[in-house]
Design a binder for this molecule. Structure first.
Ligand code: SF4
Length: 478
């Protein structure tokens, strides 16, 4: 068994995560996670083009990759996917460049900027490369250039940004010591005993969270909103909400704590009534679904720009008559123009546009107005009509213990009604996005009638949920 770069990175997050990973006992990745990994591969191809003389050493066979790398290094050849093993450690470097009698090391990351974990990753690679006798001069992270806008054929130089991180990587000195400790963990028969900590969410949400966090009491301090305070209490041994000092709670957390302990929803009827009385009918309940790609797919888009490909719109009048409209792109072309043209005919000119978490929808509309200036005027009017249905929940005018500390639509809906996204095939926006992307844009999975129906049902429930929530809030204040 070898300690690879990815295992080293898991060890930096948590010993227990490393141990489970080394035994291939981590839960399956979601569709959305798989999409992120694939995006990384797409970007690599562009980064490689920055090194026209580079040779690609990719080889499914581990031993062959090591042999090819040894030869490339002997020949002082710039290479991609350079696999190197030393003692019990192994790393594969994205790019090793031979220049001016020394080697430069590059890590390709499809993010819009360099991150602290990239530096740690490179420090491990540098340790192994230097251990086999290479002189590493400069160290870089190649990321996407966040300001790049696609206009026709992509120029790899414009798409990428190269960050010199040599001094940051050289500052990290404890690599060998850590690597030894991590290697002992993967050899050990015993599961490491680890306390929950902020590492469970950083730098990535740990895939073992459901398992590890299930040991907490049902009404635990992590239901609260104040991160600083709940970690302080947790480290002081206070795990159960019944034990928290009530006089130290912030108002929102006091609402959560009291509602949870009394097992009864908190309702601020007066403020909810004001919110409902201010609504201007007909209500246009609206929701976008979007996908993102690191390397932009369409002209006039940037890396990781959210591209709306679907919407659901329920129009509700004061007598609760409801009409449903929907849009779901059916091709691999830029869906935005057709989406806007249809939406303009359906979204009316009067009445509030109800969304859940307005920041996301407003940002999408602003981007659409920027990228399609011919639609700017009516889009700006749409933005001015937006009302955020998440607001009563963000302001804790209503809190139900069934929300389990969350204010998301996915938690509010089943807390208030007998409906839930769990009744659907697609249960979250990340998976909807990934399924559309692979079936319609990349054509890697079949665009079946069933898949399209599932996408439509998913988005439809988001806006139907908003009607149900408005109606339920009305009942509560009557
Ligand atoms: S959930 Fe936390 S304690 Fe459990 S393995 Fe992950 S990081 Fe470690």
């Amino acid at each position: 068994m070898l300690l690879s770069k990815s295992k080293y990175m898991k060890g930096l997050q948590c010993d227990r995560l490393l141990w489970f990973d080394s035994r291939k006992k981590l839960p399956e990745y979601s569709e959305a996670d798989k999409m992120k990994f694939e995006e990384g591969h797409d970007f690599e191809e562009y980064a490689h083009k920055l090194f026209p003389k580079g040779v690609n050493l990719t080889d499914k066979d581990f031993g062959n990759n090591l042999k090819k790398t040894k030869k490339a290094i002997e020949n002082k050849q710039t290479c991609f996917e350079a696999g190197v093993a030393f003692n019990n450690y192994y790393s594969r470097s994205d790019i090793l460049e031979y220049k001016n009698n020394a080697w430069n090391l590059y890590e390709i990351k499809s993010s819009n900027d360099k991150k602290p974990e990239h530096i740690e990753d490179l420090a491990f690679q540098k340790f192994i490369l230097e251990s086999i006798g290479l002189k590493i001069k400069n160290i870089y992270v190649i990321t996407l250039n966040r300001d790049f806008v696609k206009k026709g054929k992509i120029d790899p130089k414009e798409l990428t940004k190269i960050h010199d991180v040599t001094s940051e990587v050289n500052h990290i000195t404890a690599v060998e010591q850590r690597a030894k400790r991590f290697f002992n963990i993967i050899l050990s028969e015993d599961i490491p005993e680890i306390d929950l900590s902020r590492s469970c969410n950083s730098p990535y949400e740990c895939p073992l969270k459901d398992q590890c966090w299930s040991s907490l009491p049902e009404n635990n301090v992590f239901l609260l909103t104040n991160h600083h305070q709940y970690w302080k209490w947790f480290h002081a041994g206070i795990e159960d909400l019944k034990d928290v000092p009530m006089d130290e709670l912030k108002p929102k957390d006091e609402i959560i704590t009291k509602a949870t302990l009394k097992k009864k929803p908190y309702v601020n009827k007066e403020e909810i009534k004001k919110f409902l009385d201010d609504l201007k009918y007909p209500l246009y309940h609206f929701d976008f679904e979007t996908f993102q790609s690191g390397v932009p797919k369409f002209d006039n888009t940037k890396p990781w720009q959210q591209i709306p490909f679907q919407y659901s719109l329920h129009v509700q009048d004061e007598d609760n008559n409801v009409i449903h409209y929907e849009f779901l792109s059916d091709s691999d072309k830029d869906p935005r123009k057709a989406l806007l043209e249809q939406l303009q005919t359906e979204i009316g000119t009067e009445g509030d546009i109800i969304v859940f978490n307005q920041t996301f929808e407003i940002k999408r509309f602003e981007e659409l107005a920027r990228d399609f200036p011919e639609h700017k005027e009516w889009i700006n009017k749409v933005i001015s009509r937006i009302v955020d249905l998440a607001s009563p929940f963000n302001r804790f005018l209503y809190y139900n213990p069934k929300q389990e500390g969350s204010k998301s639509l996915k938690k509010v809906l089943p807390a208030l009604t007998d409906r839930s996204h769990n009744e659907l095939e697609i249960t979250n926006g990340g998976d909807a996005s990934a399924l559309f992307y692979y079936s319609h844009i990349k054509n890697e999975i079949k665009k079946t009638k069933e898949l399209r129906e599932n996408l439509l049902k998913y988005c439809e429930l988001d806006t139907e949920a908003m009607i149900l929530i408005v109606n339920k809030l009305k009942e509560l204040v009557e």
